[in-house]
Write a protein that binds this ligand. Structure first.
Ligand SMILES: NC(=O)c1ccc[n+]([C@@H]2O[C@H](COP(=O)([O-])OP(=O)(O)OC[C@H]3O[C@@H](n4cnc5c(N)ncnc54)[C@H](O)[C@@H]3O)[C@@H](O)[C@H]2O)c1
Length: 352
């Protein structure tokens, strides 16, 4: 009889902490770029245009973990009227030696934590070490995780400016709540580690402000993180100062775009996966318009972490990390969760 561990959102929230997820995601990137991982083609299906669709991202990670699996995310727009969530994500993890299913997990919190971690890893390796100001474009679900992870890995951030392209009220509300959310959801995980907890509390105790002047805020930012579903550029090339780092999160589907494609012509461009970035990432439009080619992408982030490719080479470089989101981030985080849930006897075990 095969036994599978099922982890719901509540248990996952209790078990995951940002420091460990950042380490796990960094490990996923290094496995990818040391021939220890395969990414399978994305499957997408539209059930009804603008009403219901789904995608499946899947892959295999060798190394110590040796797991394969998938994340299926479905969007059924009418669910809201029925009192149901419109976006639902499920992760399935399988043993790479036997093919036996190990776990079925809710994907929402994992996605937030692994996506925030990815963005932060981009900034850690590519932004200037003396970066003090971060501009967050987008004030939705991902914005919180981006800020939490970035402040965890970066050491000199003094100010976070939040911009919402749709309604500045969302950014104001976001800033109003962010400090207590960081304390309750992120910092609370380290109450048994006084030294780390105090260090992190200091990093979180900075200025959060909103802006409705994206041009001015772009010119003042050392790091810009974008996390919106925009389909047109929100930031123009002329506004960007030398030395800026961009982490682009929102573009994870053909046609999405958050920054001026011409910024790619003056930037050192890094991605999580070259093919995925060229097909569905922020890089897509700049390649389609002939501004850069796939070959001019400097490298994948795993290559930078492994020291195979230089990241930033000068303080004046403009760097871009196009983080499209790869299955390995989900699978390794889910596998980590399955292990700690097993140790703590958490989750439901179901016999298949
Ligand atoms: N790369 C990855 O790994 C990854 C992972 C998860 C989500 N995403 C993507 O990140 C984006 C943001 O996700 P989220 O969960 O934070 O969404 P959300 O709906 O919670 O927040 C979206 C934010 O963008 C703003 N916005 C909405 N429509 C917009 C538009 N047309 N133009 C500009 N701004 C707009 C909203 O006001 C809000 O501030 C989405 O595109 C999502 O698909 C990427």
């Amino acid at each position: 009889m095969i036994k599978v561990r099922i982890l719901n959102e509540g248990t996952i929230k209790e078990l995951l902490d940002i420091k460990n997820v950042i380490e796990v995601v960094e490990q996923a990137y290094t496995l990818k770029n040391s021939n220890q991982a395969n990414l399978f083609p994305i499957v997408t299906h539209v059930f009804e245009a603008d009403k219901a669709d789904m995608d499946i991202k899947s892959g295999h990670l060798k190394g110590k973990a040796n797991v394969f699996g998938l994340k299926l995310v479905s969007w059924f727009g009418d669910n809201i009227k029925k009192g149901l969530p419109d976006v639902i994500g499920t992760i399935m993890v399988f043993d790479g030696k036997t093919g036996i299913p190990l776990g079925i997990l809710s994907a929402e919190y994992i996605t937030g934590m692994r996506t925030g971690s990815a963005g932060a890893i981009g900034a850690k390796y590519l932004a200037r070490k003396d970066s003090e100001s971060l501009l967050m474009v987008g004030a939705g679900h991902q914005a919180f995780f981006q800020i939490a992870a970035a402040l965890t890995v970066l050491n000199n951030i003094k100010k976070v400016t939040v911009y919402d392209p749709i309604n500045c009220k969302f950014a104001i509300e976001f800033c109003h709540k962010v400090k207590s959310k960081l304390k309750n959801e992120i910092l609370s995980k380290y109450k048994d580690d006084k030294i780390y907890s105090e260090k992190l509390a200091k990093k979180f105790d900075i200025t959060f402000v909103t802006t409705d002047d994206i041009e001015k805020s772009t010119g003042e930012a050392d790091i810009i993180v974008t996390a919106t579903p925009s389909r047109k550029p929100l930031i123009k090339k002329e506004w960007v100062k030398k030395g800026t780092h961009f982490t682009c999160i929102g573009s994870d589907m053909e046609g999405k775009q958050e920054i001026d494609e011409n910024i790619f012509s003056i930037a050192r461009v890094f991605v999580d996966d070259i093919n995925q970035a060229a097909n569905v990432g922020e890089t897509e439009i700049s390649i389609k318009k002939g501004i850069i080619t796939k070959e001019s992408i400097v490298g994948e982030i795993g290559e930078v972490i492994l020291g195979q490719v230089p990241g930033r080479v000068s303080k004046d470089d403009i760097t871009i990390f196009d983080s499209t989101g790869i299955a390995h981030q989900d699978l390794l985080t889910a596998n980590y969760l399955i292990k700690i849930a097993k140790e703590k006897g958490l989750g439901a075990i179901v016999e298949l």
